[in-house]
Write a protein that binds this ligand. Structure first.
Ligand code: GDP
Ligand code: MG
Length: 178
């Protein structure tokens, strides 16, 4: 099991891995999704949101493709200037990323904070894969479809908690890699 690395820079002499950054507001399930992709419980998941450190990078692999997976977070959602911190964090992650996985809680729908992240993503002009999370069953898929309204293309319904849809999401991520 590899240790989280503190930076996304490649170590000397090794070719850089593509970077996939997972962004979104607190409590949408970013760290749960990171754990699902890693296939182990490693990223910090808490019912009390805001515990993930600002950025944590992991080595990940899907269908033979290795990449660096960047979990983001670390805000107190009740804290001062929370919305500004979310967008600032998204801006930093997007600079480092080759592909951005934007996670939205489909049971809540798009919030103002989500819309603010969308504006950051538009400016960055990096490939974005929209993950409509917490689609735990087929009955919830209509809620995911509502996220077409964000204008980021197809929402990929996924349940990070149960694994539903995560393979299709990862296929979309690999397709979006440069
Ligand atoms: P983060 O703040 O975006 O990193 O969110 P976390 O991964 O810490 O998850 C926040 C809460 O949402 C936790 O209680 C998770 O168990 C829950 N959660 C995450 N993914 C899902 C999902 O697919 N379905 C459901 N029902 N709950 C989820
Ligand atoms: Mg987290």
């Amino acid at each position: 099991m590899s240790e989280p690395v503190e930076t996304v820079e490649a170590e000397a002499g090794q070719p850089p891995l593509p970077v996939v950054a997972v962004v979104g507001r607190p409590n949408v399930g970013k760290s749960t999704l990171v754990n699902r992709i890693l296939g182990r419980r490693e990223a910090v998941v808490e019912d009390v949101p805001g515990v993930t450190r600002d950025r944590v990078a992991y080595d990940a692999e899907w269908a033979g493709q290795t990449f660096t997976l960047l979990d983001t977070g670390g805000w107190d959602p009740e804290g001062e200037g929370m919305a500004a911190r979310i967008t600032a964090q998204a801006e930093v992650a997007v600079v480092a990323a080759d592909v951005v996985v934007f996670v939205v809680d489909s049971t809540v729908g798009a919030t103002d904070a989500d819309e603010a992240v969308v504006r950051v993503l538009r400016r960055a002009a990096k490939p974005v894969v929209l993950a409509a999370n917490k689609v735990d069953n087929a009955a919830s898929e209509a809620e995911a479809a509502a996220l077409w309204n964000l204008g980021l293309g197809e929402p990929h319904p996924v349940s990070a908690l149960h694994g539903r849809g995560s393979g299709d999401l990862l296929d979309a991520v690999l397709e979006a890699l440069p």
